[in-house]
Design a protein around this ligand. Sequence first.
Ligand code: HEM
Length: 361
Amino acid sequence: MCIETLTVRTEIALSFRVFLSFDQLCEAIEVSMTMSNSFYGYSFILTFFMLLLHAWSQLTPNFYDKTCPNLQNIVRNEVQKAFNKENRMAASLLRLHFHDCFVNGCDGSVLLDVSGGEKFALSNRNSVRGFEVVDSIKSTVERACPGVVSCADILALVARDSVVVTRGPSWTVLLGRRDGFVSISLNGTDAALPSAFDTLDAIIDKFKRVGLDEKDVVSLSGSHTIGLARCAAFSNRLFNFENTGSPDSTMDPYLLYQLRKLCPEKGDQNKTTLLDQYTEGRGCINIFDNHYFQNLLDGESVLSSDQALLSSSKTSYWVQIYNDDNDRFLDDFADAMIRMGNISPPSGSRGQIRKNCRRVN
Ligand code: HEM
């Protein structure tokens, strides 16, 4: 087979991509494999397969332009309403997208009500929130465009709008994800999600597994400029850090005093405090800026996983850069959110569009 024929055939094949199911494709490839035994034949099949996979995994900003033209306005209004009702909700919704994407890709699986599934893993139970808000947004979207928009895409839009509503950066959300069928086990979920008790190396490793690097670890940790943490997430630092019999020596003494008051030994582990302490307009949990990085440099971060960003030059380098330059932080954060939103989303003919985000259809 000559190269020209190869190109033409590949183009023809691509123009048919929307009509082929995965099974049909596999069958077609099998047939071609048995029919062709030449070098070009194999090259053709390989090119065909790779282009097809590429086309399948492409997300695009205008995916719903024809099928749900008002989608972005609907989601924006709903996020604003949820934020007006409870300011913290912006932070909670942003975190939901992160916890969705890190476990089995951005497939809406964190939303599934499956006993023994993701939602009930240690990293999520009593911690991740905002499910009712997502239900309500999904119902509004379903009324406008039934059966068209995935829960995974709603989470991606909601995360962006939550950042915007807290005066953070905006970005173009790529769309076309489909919803997965599977909710990963409790252990699988905890193994994939970074924990406040992980070492920096373990956190970097979990980011690398999903294609993100040290710079992304730092910029995305900047999300902790908004929202709250429970005593359960940081009380290990307050009295007997790493079995030393003493508190974490990297913590600012005044912050230590305050956090010990809030979370005494054997106290209520569900009490909460700001992740970004002493932020501008003290007590305001909603300004999305680089003040979080100042906290790290001052020993005023609440989670030991945050403070650990200073323990290696691979991450402390970025902490300093973002502390010095708010615009740089906001730009890099937005870029990293797009990359995070691209973590193996089911698209094309894989997955489904759930009617109810809590259940597979
Ligand atoms: C780098 C590794 C990370 C670790 C170890 C971590 C850990 C945590 C922990 C322990 C909490 C408090 C949970 C609780 O007390 O129940 C929290 C809250 C939060 N995290 Fe992270 N996180 C990380 C990265 C991220 C990323 C990548 C994002 C978003 C892109 C994010 C967004 C948030 C937000 C917004 C909150 C506050 C949620 C609320 O107030 O409801 N975090 N995180």
